[in-house]
Design a protein around this ligand. Structure first.
Ligand SMILES: Nc1nc2c(c(=O)[nH]1)N=C([C@H](O)[C@H](O)COP(=O)(O)OP(=O)(O)OP(=O)(O)O)CN2
Length: 165
C-alpha cells in the first residue's frame, strides 16, 4: 500500500519579524525601508510512530528562534557584488556607488544571500530551519518550505527536498 503524505503549516504571530532592508536591481538600489515580515512554515512528510509528521511545537520553536535573529535588524545581503562592506568593532559601513550607510554592528544581520528579496529571505530561513530539524534527527520529512511575506498579498516561497544531501 502506498504511504500517505501529509502537509503541515504553521503560521503564528511570533513568526513575524520587523526589519529594514533594501534590494539592488537592474543597476538601482532601493531606499532603505522596512517591513513587518510574516513567516509561514510548510512541511510535507510521513506519519511517525506518534502519528505526527513532526510536532507543531518543534516547528514553532525553531522558526520563532530564527525569526528573533532577524527582528529589529537591518538585513544586509553579504553576497551582493554591488554592495561593499567595511566594519570596525562597533559599526558597519555599507556602500552602494556614491551612497553609504553606517549602522551599529549590533543592529544588523549579514545574511549569506545575494539580495534581501522575499525569495532569498525565504531560502535563507528554510535552510536554517532545515538544518535545525536535521540536527534534531527528524526523519519523517519529504520537504521543508518557508513562505516569507513582506506585507499582505505579497509573499515568496522556498523549499528544500528531504532527505538532505
Ligand atoms: N519578487 C519580488 N519582487 C519584489 C521584491 C521581492 O522581494 N520579491 N521586493 C521589492 C521591494 O523590496 C519592496 O520591499 C516592495 O516593493 P513594492 O511592492 O513595489 O512596494 P510596496 O510594498 O510599497 O507595494 P504597494 O503594493 O504598492 O504598497 C519589490 N519587488
Amino acid at each position: 500500500m502506498s504511504q500517505r503524505i501529509y502537509r503541515l503549516q504553521v503560521t503564528k504571530d511570533q513568526l513575524g519579524f520587523a526589519a529594514a532592508h533594501f534590494i539592488t536591481m537592474r543597476g538601482k538600489c532601493e531606499r532603505l525601508h522596512g517591513h513587518n515580515y510574516r513567516v509561514t512554515v510548510e512541511v510535507e512528510g510521513f506519519l511517525g510512530e506518534d502519528k505526527y509528521v513532526v510536532d507543531f511545537g518543534v516547528l514553532k520553536k525553531h522558526a520563532t528562534e530564527i525569526a528573533r535573529t532577524l527582528d529589529h535588524r537591518v538585513l544586509l545581503a553579504a553576497e551582493n557584488a554591488k554592495i561593499a562592506y567595511s566594519q570596525d568593532e562597533q559599526h558597519i559601513t555599507v556602500c552602494y556607488e556614491e551612497k553609504y550607510y553606517v549602522f551599529p554592528l549590533a543592529e544588523v544581520i549579514l545574511l549569506p544571500i545575494e539580495n534581501t528579496t522575499a525569495e532569498l529571505l525565504a531560502s535563507y530561513f528554510c535552510a536554517e530551519l532545515s538544518e535545525r530539524l536535521h540536527h534534531d534527527g527528524v526523519n519523517t520529512l519529504k520537504m521543508v518550505g518557508v513562505w516569507v511575506s513582506e506585507g499582505p498579498g505579497q509573499q515568496a516561497f522556498a523549499n528544500i527536498e528531504w532527505p538532505q544531501a
